[in-house]
Design a protein around this ligand. Structure first.
Ligand code: LP5
Ligand code: MN
Length: 259
């Protein structure tokens, strides 16, 4: 199990899905980053920061306007506080070159964070969706190193097409899946918490923000689920984050903040 000590006030967000088609979501997120820069002591972006990531070279060579803005905002943030990037199921190809260019660091999750609020297991969440067999098959394939190298060697136009196709297939596939299959498996979560020696799990991915009470062989535990960000196609717009601090423990917050 990966682990690291992370003291101080942490802010955690995930599933922002930045992309050309989500300008309002991006604006809300940049507003959040501006607050994080001055109020947090570290920021963890817990996967699916981008709607699809097709290789660091795409960002670093000739980024489209929306991506250039995203990189600029992330860089500004990383100049003031440590920014950690966790790979999600759509941006699992984020690499060291991106992190270096931003002044950020990659975090290999699942990871045990030793925080001021105690030990916390952090993960994107897709790894615990073990009932979604079709997804787990897809995941194994796209996490295979030679397949990733092959994909990254393709011209950008082709990579973009494949990513668009995969996103469409994913949307179609989900229409035929029962909701329960697309949630985390309780046994997978329980085992992960036990092997990490944690009573708290924070994850994203499912877009079902909540705090779930769990029982770890008689010991109470909690599973915090981060919300996704959607301010372009949802009414009311939604987004949110989790803070971890000594004084307040683990807390969920909507974004924009409630008046
Ligand atoms: O992402 P979301 O929330 O819509 O759904 C996820 C699962 N889907 C995915 C697929 C991603 O959305 C696609 C990301 C594209 C990234 C760009 C790189 C592309 C290629 C890289 C090759 C190295 O993660 C979805 C889950 C859902 O969460 C809930 O947990 O159900 O799983 C699926 O939909 C999987 C399908 O059941 C089967 C997969 C169809 C896609 C086939 C494309 C194959 C491309 C392979 C290229 C080598
Ligand atoms: Mn996800």
């Amino acid at each position: 199990m990966n682990k690291t000590a992370l003291p101080g006030d942490l802010w955690i967000a995930s599933d922002i899905h930045l992309g050309a088609a989500a300008p309002q979501t991006a604006r809300a997120f940049y507003d959040f980053l501006a607050h994080a820069r001055t109020q947090a002591q570290a920021l963890i972006l817990c996967g699916d920061i981008f709607d699809a990531w097709i290789g660091d070279d795409h960002a670093l060579r000739q980024p489209p306007d929306w991506l250039e803005t995203a990189l600029h905002e992330l860089r500004l943030t990383a100049q003031l506080i440590p920014v950690w990037l966790v790979r999600g199921n759509r941006d699992f190809l984020m690499g060291k070159a991106l992190a270096n260019a931003l002044g950020a660091r990659l975090m290999a999750a699942p990871i045990r964070l030793d925080t001021d609020a105690g030990p916390i297991l952090l993960a994107h969440g897709d790894e615990y969706c073990t009932d979604d067999l079709a997804y787990q098959r897809f995941r194994r394939v796209v996490h295979t190193p030679w397949i990733q190298s092959l994909f990254l060697a393709l011209p950008l136009t082709l990579r973009r097409k494949i990513a668009g196709w995969a996103r469409n297939r994913s949307r179609q596939a989900q229409q035929g899946k029962p909701l329960q299959i697309m949630d985390v498996n309780t046994q997978a979560v329980t085992q992960a918490l036990q092997s990490a020696g944690c009573d708290v799990l924070i994850h994203g991915h499912t877009h079902r923000p909540a705090v779930h009470a769990l029982d770890l062989d008689g010991r109470p535990a909690q599973r915090y689920v981060l919300p996704d960000w959607e301010c372009d196609h949802a009414q009311p717009p939604r987004g949110g984050w989790i803070s971890v601090s000594k004084t307040d423990g683990v807390r969920m917050h909507p974004w924009p903040p409630l008046p």
